[in-house]
Design a protein around this ligand. Structure first.
Ligand code: UTP
Length: 293
């Protein structure tokens, strides 16, 4: 079984739900507390042993490349001022030379198209896909998936239960046999209406896929929203290769959505030593009853 060494970060989307902020700032650069969304996904991938990060970017996303580069002037300035703590923070944003590759998605033709844009870099190896707007707080979700992949091989996607009225926002699984936290995937459908959804088990933005999916994506078939859908291509692998959904440990925040982004900020801020006490005191002062009361 080939190891998972490469990860694709599709960051070519327009982020229209976050306008006007995304008019000038890529969605993936919006901070949760003090770090851009993208940084959380990259740290998760590094914790999973990923060697190469492939960003599929688009026009207007130049800030992403700047972010992972060395900011020489800023480093010199901080050194001159003796700001060692700030220097250490900067170091976490610098990746070794050659560890990052950038590919352009020339038109926003959908997530499947964005993944296909990285095919020449992933070649004949299995690869991971991480959507940075899904922030998974807890132990590295991708690491849990890589561990599962090393046991069962094939394709592994992260799944979680959602409310039935929300199925139209997700790829939904037709579940087969479950063994511990792994469920066999018998079918996949993109954004089904609640009354026709095969289950309430939803795919989140974390995938380990076999290279054959690129051949299917190359056909360029359009699906929901007239976009080339990753879900549709993955569905064609079912029955031909092992395909499992992993119920991961951790909390997912949909940071592509305004409410989800605010919730992530609150949850992560409350967990921090520096800002946690002030945020907790503020929330207590609002006099909101705890959930369930
Ligand atoms: P979304 O469905 O959240 O779309 O994409 P979006 O365009 O980014 O945001 P809204 O809906 O307009 O607010 C899910 C993921 O797929 C990537 C996005 O960057 C995001 O990580 N994506 C989507 C692409 O890379 N290219 C595309 O053509 C579409």
């Amino acid at each position: 079984m080939k190891p998972v060494r490469k990860a694709i970060f599709p960051v070519g989307g327009r982020g229209t739900r976050f306008l006007p902020a995304t008019k000038a700032v890529p969605k993936e650069m919006l901070p949760v507390v003090d770090r851009p969304l993208l940084q959380y996904a990259v740290e998760e991938a590094i914790a999973a042993g990923i060697e190469q990060m492939i960003f599929v970017t688009a026009r207007g996303k130049a800030a992403l490349e700047e972010y992972f580069d060395v900011a020489a002037e800023l480093v010199a300035e901080l050194k001159a001022k003796g700001k060692t703590a700030e220097l250490a923070v900067l170091e976490s944003t610098q990746l070794e030379p050659g560890r990052v590759a950038y590919v352009r998605q020339q038109e926003p033709a959908g997530l499947g198209h964005a993944v296909w844009c990285a095919r020449l870099i992933t070649g004949d190896e299995p690869f991971a896909v991480l959507l940075p707007d899904d922030l998974v707080y807890g132990p590295s979700c991708l690491k849990q998936m890589v561990d599962a992949y090393n046991r069962v091989g094939g394709n592994v996607i992260a799944v979680e239960q959602v409310a039935r009225e929300r199925t139209g926002s997700y790829g939904i699984v037709t579940p087969g046999a479950t063994d511990g936290n792994l469920t066999e995937v018998l079918g996949l459908v993109e954004k089904p209406k609640p009354d026709v959804a095969p289950s309430t088990l939803a795919v989140i933005g974390r995938y380990i896929l076999q290279p054959e999916v690129m051949t299917i994506l190359a056909e360029g078939k359009r699906g929901a929203g007239n976009e080339i859908q990753l879900t549709d291509a993955m569905a064609q692998l079912i029955g031909k290769q092992p395909f499992h959904g992993l119920a991961f440990e951790g909390t997912r925040f949909d940071c592509g959505d305004k409410a989800g982004h605010i919730m992530a900020n609150i949850a992560l801020a409350l967990d921090r030593d520096d800002v946690g006490p002030a945020v907790r005191a503020y929330i207590a002062g609002l006099g909101i009853a705890p959930a369930g009361n």
